[in-house]
Design a protein around this ligand. Structure first.
Ligand code: RIB
Ligand code: CA
Length: 320
């Protein structure tokens, strides 16, 4: 059993990752904190309630709302990809009775801030808590600033972000989570806690095609299957128009898969740095991944290869 805290900016792929984690017996989600990114942190928190409403649960992980702004840069969101509400506009779907199709779970968030809930969980489970970071690293950087001693006791950080031998998805060189808050990423990468990075180099190896998704859910009427279809349409249309295929990259689901099935993932040691000042390459993650250049004192393990079909099979097995 792995104790995890998910830090997230839901986000369509975040939603798929959270469902994957909640339906995986290898993981115990102690808490979930929201952060600004794909959408405002307020909308991210609201989306978390919608995601929880998809599952008939007796109890939920503790939730706390995190930071509303990056450390330095003004917030840049991605509603053009994830829909105006960040969940493929599923929050706006109304059924024949004029009621919302997806009803958010009726739960109250913690009175703690996201940063303080991270610190509380790090202190409660020393050397045992894994933070799964699926959005910009603002909450983690602020928690490190506030109490580095507690954060030093994290077992590790597993995160989606960066692009090394792949192009960025915001600019030519920058991936979204790092681009939004490069200063936070710099502070997290330099902190010294073991960190496993799943960059675009890995997440672009996994394509959830519209055809595969349709085949998986076409004879199913359960809420999660309906949500999988409804929530991904906006994203898949974006990909069809901008990237050239009907499907999407489920970036954030891969760090979850790295925890449940590490054998599907291959990583290399690296010394990762982040560009925080250049206009042209702001948010770029820089590391030399060549075998002959592997560092003796790495600050991160970077995932470079995924067993894509095996991963997709386990993803769908868990979500159904
Ligand atoms: O670049 C992909 C990442 O940015 C994912 O975490 C996605 O949810 C967006 O936040
Ligand atoms: Ca995300």
């Amino acid at each position: 059993m792995q104790r995890i805290l998910i830090d997230t900016d839901p986000g369509v792929d975040d939603a798929l990752a959270i469902l994957f984690a909640m339906l995986s017996p290898e993981l115990h989600i102690e808490a979930i904190t929201t952060v600004c990114g794909n959408v405002s942190v307020e909308q991210a928190t609201q989306n978390l309630f919608t995601i929880f409403g998809l599952l008939d649960l007796n109890e939920y992980p503790v939730i706390a709302q995190g930071e509303a702004q990056p450390l330095v840069k003004p917030l840049v969101t991605a509603t053009h990809v994830h829909g105006d509400d960040g969940l493929g506009n599923t929050n706006y779907l109304i059924n024949a009775d004029d009621n919302p199709v997806y009803i958010p779970a009726d739960i109250d968030p913690s009175s703690l801030s996201g940063v303080d809930l991270i610190l509380e969980m790090a202190a409660r489970y020393p050397d045992d808590l894994i933070i799964v970071a699926l959005g910009p690293l603002t909450n983690l950087a602020k928690a490190i600033r506030k109490d580095p001693t507690k954060m030093q006791r994290l077992r590790r950080i597993v995160m989606m972000g960066g692009a090394f031998e792949a192009y960025g998805n915001v600019t030519t060189t920058a991936e979204f989570n790092i681009f939004v808050d490069p200063h936070a990423a710099h502070e997290v990468f330099q902190f010294g806690v073991p960190i496993h990075i799943v960059p675009l180099d890995a997440t672009h190896q996994v394509v959830l095609t519209g055809e595969r998704l349709h085949a998986e859910i076409e004879n199913r009427e359960d809420t999660v299957s309906c949500f999988l279809w409804d929530a991904t349409q906006a994203c898949m249309e974006f990909y069809r128009q901008r990237v050239g295929f009907w499907g999407l990259h489920i970036h954030d689901a891969l760090p979850i898969g790295m925890l449940t099935h590490p054998e599907y993932f291959e990583s290399v040691d690296a010394n990762v740095q982040v560009e925080t000042t250049s206009k042209l390459t702001n948010g770029m993650t820089v590391a030399d991944l060549r075998p002959e250049r592997r560092p003796r004192n790495p600050n991160a393990h970077v995932c470079i290869k995924v067993a894509t079909e095996a991963f997709l099979d386990i993803f769908f097995e868990r979500l159904q």
